[in-house]
Design a protein around this ligand. Sequence first.
Ligand code: GUN
Ligand code: FE
Length: 436
Amino acid sequence: AIRGQFFDIAKVGASPEALKANARHLDDGLLFLNGGTIAALLPWEEGRGLLRHETDYLDSRDKLILPGFVDTHLHYPQTEMIGAYGEQLLEWLETYTFPVESQYQCRDHAARMSAFFLSQLLSNGTTTALVFGTVHPQSVDALFSAAEHVGMRMIAGKVMMDRNAPEYLTETPEQSYRQTRELILRWHKRGRLNYALTPRFAPTSSPELLAAVQKLREEFPDTWVHTHLSENSSEVDWVKALWPEHASYLGVYHHYNLTGKRSVFAHGIHLQECEWDCLHETDSSLAFCPTSNLFLGSGLFNLKQCQHKQVRMGIGTDVGAGTTFNMLQTLAEAYKVAQLQSYRLSACEAFYHATLGGAHALDLDGKIGNFQTGKEADFVILDPVVTPLQKLRYASSRDIYEKLFILMTLGDDRNIWQTWIDGKCAWQRDALEVAA
Ligand code: GUN
Ligand code: FE
């Protein structure tokens, strides 16, 4: 068992009021595990009688324990290009992204970077992610192998693209179909791994390629769909020019039946009203990626509209357009994006989006996202005070919401103490690492 301070949200909800009503905070709680699942989370006084010995627990009373963070959109091959200077989306792709992604043809490079990528997720408290590979099937083999080794719940897929990209990164629709199909048969539903059909975005897809994606989704209806949507104004104009017969950007994907539950669209910054309605009606999800949207100058995600239209939404770091793997820093930027639009993102809502809300956006809320009995035991143990400034501010905070808000405003990877996957500690901060 683990003893400490716990916070989670019991139920999926739409309004900030409902989330707060379903929030659970245990100042002194006891978490019981049954192998890789949650057996129970109880207040100390209730749980202590269930201990075999009075001292039979891991004492983390100075720590805050949260469900593991869920990152609903990022690119593992872009880890090595974070902080590429000076460009917005389309030039950024041409100048920096495509050359970097060409390296994932090499299995050894893909394996090395997969290991590095997973260690970045774990050291930032992220226990589940929806991940882009490159066009090379071996990029996805390497990532899934590494995730399987850790026991992580992960969804990933090979990029599918057949136009408007360098020749060394494009394929034919037939090739894309065949290689994707082989990967699905190899990895989908193997342990905690799941496959996402991953057309890069409409501009790099021909009608034949999207038809191939549609065919795969019909053949494998329980796979995910993962792509980009309406991120940047020039991109939106380009989609209009490439696909003149469709009324909107989302309309292109919708035409090929790629909307729906388990379809996750990154960004959605410049959406028309009809696209919001389509997202809602099809039960599709958006990934809000604040650090990426600010870094590439893409625009401000409309949280208020997302809530009003009742569209599923999770938080994504979108590494390498995003500038951090860290969910606390990502939430801080989400707060500022909301501020610029006069929306007040509470700590309760922010941490919901990073945990149960993200799980809901990935249709995984039956398995992960909080400490409900029977769920998978993926969680993060945070040290809320690792700097003099945090100590000062934490001491004067009145309740859990102020503590959480300070954590997301001042926190970073130094606050991640341990990350637990499948009931086991998968990563622990070296005490010297913080001191150094
Ligand atoms: N749109 C198409 N490809 C990409 C990508 O790699 N990153 C981002 N941020 N947007 C994209
Ligand atoms: Fe992206």
